[in-house]
Design a protein around this ligand. Structure first.
Ligand code: NAP
Length: 541
């Protein structure tokens, strides 16, 4: 079982009472170890540092690791190297010795500090002597000698626990940490730093990592990308993750805004399903998507079981599944965009089967139809402006056109709107009332055309507007902007829908409400598409 360990930095002896309170809170949050980061304490209280550290260890509500990190490996200790190692040896020899001391493996390569620390942690009669966590950090990327270093650390008889931490450059780097853990010969901590490294931290129990570090509160982390203990316990259900846990996630760029991890992890908990759902940041280009998703799907021990796919990768998912010989449901194939991937591990005689679906389409149609109905209007015969021509716009425009609406698509890059319109026009369908219908999607006027022209946004001829761009999204390219120009006339017969759901009240929703329109925020569509997706993830069970 992997432990949660909260690192707590102590800058001086005066901070000890507060630090002990923080450790007590961390214990309530599920931490089972505390790492006392004494870089500051050791530098400022050099005369009494050993006594101050002994007090921390003695009064700690959790078993302790003591660390005095050198600047070379990301710490702030300003002591001379010989003093730093002598202090660690004193701490290890004290009557109130910690469970473990962390020392950089590079620092114990030399003969003298090695002998000093070996003596300090030698077996003794009374209390158990501390064990050495040998660590190696790289804040720039994967160390070139990672495997050689891991082997040397494991072979070193002085080392009880091996800790390797490096900066992830893509989510693929996590897989190498999992492979290292799978072949370990000693207890090991293999963690990746930065926004791409979260997976290695959350999935430590799946691969037998000795512990994972988590901050006791937002903003108190000691390494980039560290989650909070509360997130590990409540959002990711860290205690329930084991070797057979299936892994899901939301693939997007940006992805930090996504509510999908909260939604799907809660559904897994309710259903008693052994799965965990993570944010999976993948940069915008096709090559990144193909390489990252391919590596997740192909990894033998990851049990990657499915994904939600969001901005800007919905069209990439269709291409990926086609290239891999997977299945697209009929709507996703027609739309050219999908937002759900389910991986069936033994779905074909040759191995796994990939299935992509689009749950945005039925969700968007349902919520917009309900809003129009409040004004006595059906989708059949309605004239609707869709702003944006990306993955969500395809689902929204296609779904509304299939339901009998005439859809006009506006995009800053006009050619993309024209190609979408051409692709989604002319499909023959039978509407709910039994009448025959051909889908009709047209490209709106280019931004440079007459703003009040027949096919312009401000023509006064639309019953509804749907924003399918990230304009207004927190963390997006234009968080304070609105995609609807001021000259567009709005009144209480017009529906304005935003697909953006963070924040719930976007500038578009606020302005449209102020101008009297019926508004539909992105939350309703999000909840609906996510519920449909959850049913697909759980049906695979
Ligand atoms: P996408 O495939 O990348 O498409 C983005 C579209 O927005 C493109 O048409 C792009 O225009 C346009 N765009 C981007 N930045 C713009 C800007 N600054 N000004 C004007 N237009 C801009 O993304 P997507 O997957 O369709 O996602 C779009 C939005 O839908 C996201 O913000 C996401 O939050 C939201 N969404 C909501 C739900 C929900 O359930 N409520 C589900 C999924 C997504 P170009 O073609 O000119 O680049």
């Amino acid at each position: 079982m992997s432990l949660i360990c909260c690192p707590i930095s102590v800058e001086g002896a005066a901070e000890i009472p507060l630090a002990l309170e923080r450790a007590a809170r961390a214990r309530v949050l599920g931490a089972r170890m505390v790492e006392w980061r004494c870089d500051g304490l050791a530098s400022r209280e050099s005369a009494d540092a050993a006594a101050a550290i002994a007090r921390l260890v003695r009064e700690s509500p959790l078993p302790s690791i003591v660390t005095v990190r050198s600047a070379d490996e990301g710490g702030t200790a300003s002591l001379a190297e010989s003093e730093r190692l002598a202090l660690l040896a004193r701490v290890a020899k004290a009557a109130d010795a910690p469970r473990m001391i962390d020392v950089e493996h590079a620092a114990i390569a030399a003969e003298l500090p090695r002998a000093l620390l070996a003596a300090a942690v030698a077996p003794r009669d009374e209390d158990a002597a501390p064990k050495i966590v040998a660590s190696a950090h790289d804040f720039t990327g994967r160390p070139v000698d990672l495997l050689r270093r891991a082997a040397a650390m494991q072979d070193d008889p002085l080392v009880s626990v091996v800790k390797l931490a490096w900066m992830a450059r893509s989510i693929r780097d996590n897989l190498e940490a999992f492979d290292l853990l799978a072949t370990r010969t000693k207890p090991m901590i293999a963690l990746l730093m930065g926004e791409f490294g979260l997976m290695s931290r959350v999935l430590a129990p799946k691969f037998g990592g000795f512990l994972t570090f988590a901050s006791d509160a937002e903003g108190t982390g000691t390494a980039p990308g560290q989650p909070t203990a509360r997130e590990l316990r409540d959002l990711y259900r860290f205690g329930a993750i084991g070797p057979a846990t299936r892994v899901f996630g939301v693939v997007g760029w940006p992805v930090g805004h996504s509510r999908s991890p909260a939604f799907h992890n809660a559904r897994f908990a309710e259903a008693g399903y052994d799965g965990v759902y993570l944010p999976l940041p993948v940069p915008a280009e096709w090559e990144h998507f193909k390489a990252s998703l391919g590596a997740l799907v192909d990894h033998e021990r990851l049990d990657f079981a499915g994904a939600s796919v969001t901005i800007p990768h919905k069209e990439h998912l269709v291409r990926f599944v086609r290239e891999r010989g997977g299945e697209l449901d009929a709507d996703a194939a027609w739309l050219g965009a999908a937002n759900t991937l389910v991986v069936h591990p033994h779905g074909t005689p040759d191995g796994q089967r990939l299935v992509a679906t689009n749950t945005d389409m039925p969700a968007a149609v349902e919520v917009l139809a309900a809003a129009l109905a409040t004004r006595g209007r059906a989708l059949k015969g309605a004239r609707i402006a869709v702003i944006g021509a990306g993955g969500v716009a395809r689902a929204v425009a296609g779904g509304l056109a299939l339901a009998g609406a005439t859809v006009v698509v506006f995009n800053r890059e006009h050619a993309r709107a024209a190609s979408l319109a051409e692709q989604l026009t002319g499909r023959e369908v039978v509407l709910a009332d039994g009448s025959a219908h051909r889908t009709k999607v047209v490209a709106g006027a280019a931004a440079t055309s007459d703003p009040r022209g027949e096919d312009a946004l401000a023509c006064g001829c639309f019953h509804a507007f749907v924003n399918c761009t990230p304009v207004g999204m927190a963390g997006g390219p234009d968080p304070t902007g609105s995609p609807l120009p001021d000259e567009v006339h709005l009144d209480d017969s017009v529906v304005v829908m935003d697909t953006v759901y963070t924040p719930r009240e976007t500038p578009l929703i606020r302005e449209a409400r102020a101008r009297g329109a019926v508004t539909v925020d992105g939350e309703a569509m999000f909840e609906r598409q996510a519920a449909l997706q959850s049913a697909l993830f759980l049906a695979r069970w």
